[in-house]
Write a protein that binds this ligand. Structure first.
Ligand SMILES: Cc1cc2nc3c(=O)[nH]c(=O)nc-3n(C[C@H](O)[C@H](O)[C@H](O)COP(=O)(O)O)c2cc1C
Length: 498
């Protein structure tokens, strides 16, 4: 079943419009604020290790992969620490909150991670299914298999605790869960690259993910806090033959009460199915200049809350665009960019074709008066002018979109993807956008710049500006990059210090 109608209905209904944002409570109900950390109190916990030795960031993008780390507790610890672990604790007055290596809309972190691993010293002499608990950097062992079910690599299942996002964002929340899952995948891919490991998404049925990870055992979760399997990742190329797991321990309860947005459950149900096997982009990206270690950059990555309106060099701009090509599993995304302050580049509206195969269709779909004047490889000026006001307006009036050096929308090849894969393809497009976002955050950090993902934007205002009047292309995620103004009122503390 492709469920295209449900995906289109959800997509249209959850667009932010100038006169009406997508339905939500419209205020934050602090009495029901979800616990940001999923825990399984009845499980045995294996503490993971802390190791600061990571390779230089630029070596992650070399033509030769880094030496392969052995599959052991040390390397798994590093993978999780530098992808989904805590990066900093922020304090303001009496409030304290954790920030993680992976970005998440509203810092709500709906994404959970389950690990299916072969026997390993320090975890178990049997294969195990565990949950990663980022608050304590530990694995909660949910199940020990008594037969050899996996070898030569391991699997990660990412799921969304949709309630965490629903609490704040109402009906639009499912979009954010999927963008966040894409960010988590991007973060895991980078950490795996650091360890010399291959990392890819497995094309598999949601039902199987649920049976293998126990996420289909709904009675283990509060009925309003169930987790929905998003995607399964393989590290290296494991051979596996997994059984359905027996009843597993119950999860903690995240909120005392809940509110409901039924359309979210509908799209979640409709987008289950066999995860698309996406043909990768066939591109080479250039290697960034030497900078800090990968670990330093990953931990330093933060979303800018304010930008200082300064410009950036064209070299940095090119490098950022080029970095997005590292996400070869995201071939369906091109960028429409508001260039505000890039040295040597006229202000205006530009198209960056990550996938030049889309060139003809894009030209046909966008405003016929656009110039399509090539500025450098795959970057085209569509229209000159100052788009700061438009960028801010379209980004729900957020100044970060106009005060950055540039901001952009990720324009997705929408209706073709839905026709080909159905609603699960809709979900995959968000994952593609999220993984690009995570990569760009890191690349910006490596250049001494800052970025912020923008989930709040006026969908059709952006489409209208581009002359889009059908569903061929739709923008699913926006982004801004520039120089952050640091909020000096906040104190930053190291995580995991006892
Ligand atoms: C999918 C997504 C959408 C986001 N949307 C916005 C946004 O519209 N406005 C904003 O200021 N920040 C936005 N952010 C940034 C988050 O608020 C930020 O990632 C979160 O507070 C955690 O902070 P950190 O990125 O520094 O770890 C978004 C992040 C993601 C991943």
């Amino acid at each position: 079943m492709k469920n295209i109608a449900t995906a289109l209905r959800y997509h249209d209904r959850t667009k932010h419009r100038p006169s009406r944002y997508a339905a939500s409570l419209g205020f934050l109900d602090w009495t029901t604020q979800p616990d940001p950390f999923r825990r399984y109190p009845q499980t045995h916990t294996t503490e993971l290790l802390h190791d600061d030795t990571t390779p230089p960031y630029h070596l992650l993008f070399g033509t030769e992969p880094l030496p392969k780390a052995p599959l052991c507790l040390e390397s798994i610890s590093m993978l999780l620490r530098y992808s989904l672990g805590l990066a900093a604790i922020k304090r303001h007055g009496r409030s304290e909150w954790a920030l993680r290596c992976n970005a998440s809309s509203g810092n709500l972190h709906p994404t959970e991670c389950y690990l299916i691993a072969p026997p390993m010293d320090g975890i178990s002499c049997h294969p195990t299914l565990s949950h990663y608990a980022p608050d304590i950097h530990a694995l909660e062992v949910l199940h020990t298999y008594d037969t050899p079910v996996i070898e030569n690599g391991f699997l990660l299942v990412l799921s969304s605790t949709i309630w965490r996002e629903m609490w704040k964002y109402g009906e639009r929340c499912w979009r954010y869960c999927q963008l966040d899952a894409g960010h988590a995948y991007g973060a895991i891919k980078i950490a795996a690259t650091m360890l010399g490991w291959e990392c890819s998404i497995v094309s598999i049925d949601t039902d199987e993910m649920g049976r293998w990870s126990g996420l289909n055992q709904h009675d283990r979760f509060h009925e309003d806090e169930r987790e929905s399997p998003d995607l399964m990742i393989q590290i290296e190329y494991p051979a596996f033959n997994l059984p359905e797991v027996p009843p597993l321990p119950s999860a903690n309860v995240l909120s005392p009460s809940h509110h409901h947005w039924p359309i979210v459950y509908e799209i979640d149900e409709a987008s289950q199915g066999i995860y698309p096997s996406i043909k990768s982009l066939d591109v080479q990206r250039h290697i960034p200049p030497p900078s800090q270690t990968a670990g330093e950059i990953i931990l330093k990555r933060r979303s800018a809350q304010m930008m200082d309106r300064s410009g950036i060099t064209q070299e940095h701009f090119r490098q950022l665009l080029n970095a997005s090509l590292f996400c070869r599993e995201a071939p369906n995304i091109n960028f429409i960019i508001f260039v505000h302050r890039i040295e040597g580049l006229e202000k205006g509206l530009y198209a960056y074709l990550r996938n030049p195969d889309e060139s003809i269709h894009l030209r046909e779909s966008l405003d016929s008066t656009f110039l399509w004047k090539e500025s450098f490889k795959d970057l085209y000026l569509l229209k000159s002018g100052d788009f700061q006001g438009a960028a801010q307006y379209i980004s729900c009036n957020q100044e970060i979109a106009s005060d950055g050096a540039f901001s952009f929308g990720m324009l997705c090849n929408f209706s073709n993807t839905l026709e080909q894969y159905g609603a699960v393809g809709y979900k995959n497009l968000y994952h593609q956008c999220g993984m690009i976002g995570q990569l760009l955050y890191l690349e910006a950090t490596s250049l001494g710049l800052s970025a912020t993902g923008i989930g709040c934007f006026l969908d059709d205002e952006f489409h209208t500006l581009l002359g889009i009047c059908d569903q061929h292309y739709q923008s699913l995620y926006h982004f801004t990059i520039g120089r952050a103004i640091v909020d000096t009122r906040l104190t930053t503390l190291q995580p995991y210090t006892l």
